[in-house]
Design a protein around this ligand. Structure first.
Ligand code: FAD
Length: 315
């Protein structure tokens, strides 16, 4: 089977869930080969093996992580050419998309972004115009470079025993043009990461104030969930922007998404409509969010959310 390169997305050695999704997808299309750049592999190798990495290309050289995206694109280009990879998969994050673009230029091939699935023959399904349109596309020549949206594929454990191979790449002056001077790690807090959480509880304009977001946090904590917010809530300064869900915020696809006081604008849907089960609490029975929910509660969130929290806490 042909090799599908998967760029591992990790923060200081902790593998992001999206990488497990990419490995699952890669094994459907061929043989998943993980490409690890930077330190921390030892602590994560079991995870990669558990999710089916048949091969791991290891580039632990500090220099590759000292510069912004260019070295990763250079390494992937070299591997794709030398090994004749059938495709390269990266996460459709800010960094992943930039790497994908650079890589496609280096390989003289095409790039597909915001992909939510890939079928046989590397036909990619991707979500465009904020999720309003689903398009199918294929790279006509060369190695396809595909940026896959986090939370689009359900990761499946498929234990493998990966062969490890140390690799390196010679960097050009251009690759070294932008150096990383400082890394600031986002404060994670006690709650799960928004994009990786199994349950997300989001609040919108209906929540009314920053103070009132405690009600949303209370429900989230009773469920072990992450907290999200609509743009109306983040723009009003009621909740930090990093928790915004939607077209210009984070994309989430949890098992359960609870939207309280959110109308369901297309830009909000774009970030949550692939959630497995959607519940909305809204006092307006005509709110568009009710068009896509599995369960809808028409009522005042200030009554319903605390009651729900109390009931869950009793169990
Ligand atoms: P509203 O639309 O005002 O809805 C509030 C809802 O709360 C109403 O349905 C109301 O009935 C309900 N409500 C009020 N009080 C209560 C109560 N006591 N109990 C129960 N329900 C109550 N939006 C995003 O969310 N994410 C994005 O990433 C995003 N990106 C955008 C990008 C662009 C380019 C543009 C133009 C817009 C973007 N928006 C985004 C904004 C989007 O269009 C909406 O304005 C926004 O999602 C509305 O937020 P909301 O649903 O919280 O507020």
């Amino acid at each position: 089977m042909s090799e599908i390169l998967v760029l591992v997305d990790h923060v200081d050695g902790e593998v992001k869930k999206v990488t497990l999704e990419l490995l699952t997808l890669a094994n459907r299309l061929g043989d998943a080969a993980a490409v690890w750049v930077g330190a921390g592999y030892e602590g994560s190798k079991e995870k990669l093996a558990e999710y089916g990495a048949k091969k791991v290309y290891l580039a632990a050289d500090e220099e590759l992580t000292s510069y912004v995206v260019a070295p990763k694109a250079a390494l992937l280009a070299q591997l794709a050419q030398d090994r004749g990879a059938a495709a390269v998969l990266v996460a459709a994050t800010g960094e992943g998309k930039e790497i994908a673009g650079r890589l496609a230029v280096k390989l003289g091939t095409g790039v597909l972004t915001d992909v939510v699935d890939v079928a046989e023959g590397f036909v990619a399904e991707h979500s465009i115009f904020g999720g309003a349109i689903v398009a199918h596309a294929k790279v006509k020549e060369g190695t396809p470079v595909i940026a896959v949206r986090p939370n689009s594929i359900a990761p499946e454990a498929a234990p493998a025993t990966p062969a490890e191979e140390q690799v390196s790449v010679a960097l050009s002056d251009t690759d070294k043009a932008a150096r990383i001077v400082e890394r600031v790690v986002e404060e994670k807090g006690e709650r799960p990461d928004l994009t990786e959480a199994a349950i997300v509880v989001s609040g919108g304009r209906g929540v009314g104030s920053a103070e009132n977001f405690k009600i949303i946090e209370g429900l989230a904590d009773s469920l072990g969930a992450a907290v999200g917010a609509s743009r109306a809530a983040t723009d009003a300064g009621w909740y930090p922007h990093q928790f915004q869900v939607g077209q210009t915020g984070k994309t989430v696809s949890p098992q359960l998404y609870i939207a309280a006081g959110i109308s369901g604008a297309i830009q909000h849907r774009a970030g949550m409509q692939t959630s497995k089960t959607i519940v909305a609490i809204n006092k307006d029975a005509e709110a568009p969010i009710f068009e896509l929910v599995d369960f809808g509660v028409v009522g005042d969130l200030f009554q319903i959310v605390p009651q729900l929290t109390e009931e869950i806490n009793k169990r």
